[in-house]
Design a protein around this ligand. Sequence first.
Ligand code: GKR
Ligand code: MG
Length: 424
Amino acid sequence: MAGEGRGRAVTRIAEVTITPVAFRDPPLLNSNGVHEPFALRAILECRTDDGLVGLGETYGELAHLERLRAVAPRLAGLDPFELNELHRRVAESLGEAPHGGHWSRAVEETFGAVEVAFYDIAGKATGRTVAELLGGAVRDAVPYSAYLFYRWAEHPGDPGYEPDAWGAALDPDGIVAQAARMVESYGFTSLKLKGGVFPPDEEVDAIHALRAAFPEHPLRIDPNAAWSVPTSLAVARALDGELEYLEDPTDGIAAMAAVAAGSSMPLATNMCVVEMAHIPPAVEQKAVGIVLADHHYWGGLSGSRQLAAICATFGIGLSMHSNSHLGISLAAMTHLAAATPNLGYACDTHRPWQAGEDVVAPGVLEFENGSVALPTAPGLGVELDRDALGVLAEQYERCGVRTRDDTGYMQRFDPGYVRMRPRW
Ligand code: GKR
Ligand code: MG
């Protein structure tokens, strides 16, 4: 039960506001299709009875918004330090009992969204940063990787879209040019290519071209399970010695284990190990060498720290996943990564693709030499820009996108396009 304060004044949640927002997203290609002109997020503001406001950012898809809206009224009166009670209330609101001692992904995603806002409040209430509350920073700046995408120059379905400065990238030269711009603009020191778009030989050529252009940068490729086991093994052979890791070449723990057994580089995943129940079979079958943490679905910052401990126990490396996101998420990712000693790889971020639109006041989350310095103000250390929030909320109302559908959007331009896993 929520604590009664044991003689101390206790801050309690008075009100939770959920604001769906939409921001411009370029036509980035992946194994499911292409990004729509708008990406969705939900912004949470948790207000306490003594005037503190905790911020959270999470998925903006309708199903997730409905879960957040079901939970929000049940948070009133909760002490933001009572994370176990938060977990219980979230699960109860969603009508769930723990499965095998763990909660479902829906519960962990919903819990994670609110938990970050509670950490923000806890930091503001104590004058500490979130990284301090997570055990203290072991690094004062967090390295991120350049997230390279094959992409079109423009959104064919959106006549109002202003083409950005990046242009198209549809072959190895285009990817190398994109990487050069990323490295020049942000200083990234490792490079990740989103694959699964073109036949594997072409993507292997792109990695060779990146290696030639960037001899010192660790490289990764992630086709989101677009390849069969034999194709994955052939790609792993072709890229022997080139990759720091190969991310989700194929689908499922058993298939990943078959690829891992025949590959020289470690395999990483944000697809076959995405909840605690997946860890025992993945460990038993030696399916993955690296798991990508993501506080949005791994049960928040506290769940991600549990994941980190489990990975350390089993000798599994830890990296960090991203989806299209805004500054509150970047701040939370940066605090978590700064306070996680065994997070040994540069984290993913979609940030360069969202240049220009955000809900946080500018100036805190800047990249220098590929890293974001840990914010120093209490809590997450970022401030909501209320005008910017209003603009992106209005954009949400107008844009018509309510659920991410990369495949449906692709089919508008290529009616024969089919989502396939594996495709090759
Ligand atoms: O933004 O297209 C994308 C990515 O493919 C994203 O949806 C993935 O979840 O970045 C992610 C990944 O590493 O698989
Ligand atoms: Mg991935």
